[in-house]
Design a protein around this ligand. Structure first.
Ligand code: ASP
Length: 304
């Protein structure tokens, strides 16, 4: 995302939301909670923030509606849950977690996903809850690009903004979660990488946890999360080498904006991206909380 895409106050607010998500996840981990609980809770905070393309503030599709995708994975037994094309579930990552807990399928789609969320006692909302002025404007801009045949000129902020979290807990379990509205002006019914286990989200104990953002079709084709884990497991590459290879090199010929956050079993954290900027933040095992959007990293506080 180019600096010019947002006003300074919006960058600050978005970084504040990131910090709130990190505090929330850290608080659970500190209290002995699982990595799975931590990533779900962190993503809920980001879904509730209007600054990201997930939950409240999600992108609008080509017919001016929200179709939300989310997934969550536990590295322990490779349990996973996902929803795709949800239209009424306030926090899609919670529905994904409920799918994981139910255990009889990995992905639910469309109205059935919303109905399932309702049966599990999750909040259902009207579509208008998800819509922000910024997303409506982005849709208008993207429609104009479409008319003019200038899609390439659209900024990353107009197109993207998926949220994700990865965590390692005190007993060594890894987890990952991702939630998105997809990209602005996406075709109705289109499902991206975020709910596809192995593509936008992947976690495997002893190896790594990954959540990605970028043009989902290519993440599915490159099986991004699983590819990073595979390079580590089969080639013995360190996390940074594997993640950089997949995000910065394998995707390069496609010329898309791409990024990922990833964490290995030792607690190494990486967040490679090939755009001007990408929101990211982390808490080290010592409790140091940092957030960033571009090159500058803000070390905000030491959590206890
Ligand atoms: N990966 C998301 C998708 O393709 C979009 C994004 O990350 O911006 O649905």
């Amino acid at each position: 995302m180019a600096k010019a895409d947002l006003a300074e106050a919006e960058w600050v607010e978005a970084r504040d939301a990131l910090a709130a998500a990190l505090r929330c996840g850290w608080g659970l981990l500190k209290a002995g909670g699982s990595a799975l609980d931590a990533v779900e809770a962190a993503v809920v905070v980001l879904e509730d923030s209007p600054h990201f393309n997930a939950g409240h503030g999600a992108a609008l599709n080509a017919v001016g509606e929200h179709e939300l995708d989310a997934s969550i994975m536990s590295g322990a037994m490779l349990e996973a849950g996902a929803v795709a094309g949800a239209r009424r579930t306030r926090n899609p990552v919670r529905a994904a977690r409920a799918v994981l807990e139910e255990g009889n399928c990995v992905m639910l789609i469309g109205p059935a996903a919303d109905a399932f969320a309702g049966r599990r006692g999750l909040d259902l909302v009207e579509q208008t809850y998800f819509t922000t002025a910024r997303r409506s404007d982005s849709l208008a801009v993207m429609k104009a690009h479409e008319q003019a045949g200038t899609f390439e000129g659209a900024t990353e902020a107009e197109k993207h903004g998926t949220v994700g979290a990865v965590a390692l807990d005190g007993v060594g379990h890894l987890a990952a979660a991702t939630s998105t509205g997809g990209y602005t002006n996406k075709p109705e019914g289109r499902v991206g990488d975020s709910p596809v286990i192995g593509a936008g989200t992947y976690a495997r104990d002893g190896v790594c946890a990954v959540s990605g953002t970028g043009q989902g079709e290519l993440f599915i084709r490159h099986v991004l999360g699983h590819e990073i884990a595979s390079r580590m497991a089969y080639l013995g590459e360190p996390l940074e080498v594997a993640a950089n290879r997949v995000v910065l090199e394998d995707l390069r010929p496609h010329g898309i904006g791409a990024g990922a956050i990833a964490l290995d079993a030792k607690g190494s954290i990486v967040a490679p991206y090939n755009t001007d900027g990408m929101f990211r933040g982390w808490v080290t095992p010592d409790g140091d909380l940092s957030v960033a959007s571009h090159g500058e990293v803000f070390l905000l506080e030491r959590l206890t």
